[in-house]
Design a protein around this ligand. Structure first.
Ligand code: SF4
Length: 187
């Protein structure tokens, strides 16, 4: 038997407009951008298992506070970074768009994990409730792949947003691990 036709509503799309600053002086903007990049305030916002990784990033082992982004805000009006960590379903989409629109500009979005990037493991023929990529709802600045992404990858996403704001990377690149020593033969 064929599945009944459903009313498919179009996905909402966030309105975002960034007006130029009232005082537009290059050295001043450069100063503000560095301050902005070093004090990103993320929204306390997690949708599924990837959110556990976001939480671990704020704990002592990975310690996102070292990079100025530990002030998770419960109000989007005080936040400038939305990490979309988890599966976005169509019922959640209007709420996510509303939250994004309420954030003050300039604001940044990180799609964390395969669900937020493309629907992840829930993308298959016939699925009807998962948004296949949060970029269908809001503009995404950085994509952090993984299912889930490691906390180090989320930190790299923060670094990439800092680089996007200021035009340069502020932190050293991870060192390559030395190759495994050759296994010793048993005597
Ligand atoms: S990407 Fe994987 S870990 Fe992240 S929310 Fe989806 S299923 Fe969970």
């Amino acid at each position: 038997m064929d599945a009944p036709d459903r009313d498919v509503k179009p996905l909402p799309r966030a309105q975002s407009e960034v007006r130029p600053p009232l005082i537009n002086l290059k050295p001043l903007n450069w100063f503000f951008d560095i301050n902005r990049a070093m004090s990103l305030w993320p929204v306390t916002f997690g949708l599924a298992c990837c959110a556990i990784e976001m939480m671990s990033v704020s704990m002592s082992r990975f310690d996102i506070a070292r990079f100025g982004a530990e002030v998770f805000r419960p109000s989007v009006r005080q936040a400038d970074l939305m990490m979309v960590t988890g599966t976005v379903n169509k019922k959640m989409a209007p709420a996510l768009v509303r939250l994004y629109e309420q954030m003050p500009a300039p604001k940044f979005v990180m799609a964390c994990g395969n669900c937020a990037i493309s629907g992840g493991p829930f993308k298959f023929e016939g699925q009807y409730n998962v948004v296949e990529g949060v970029d269908q709802l809001v503009p995404v600045d950085i994509y952090v792949p993984g299912c889930p992404p490691r906390p180090e990858a989320i930190l790299e996403g923060v670094f990439a947003i800092q680089e996007k704001i200021t035009g340069r990377r502020w932190w050293p690149l991870p060192e390559e691990l030395p190759p495994d020593p050759a296994p010793k033969s048993k005597k």
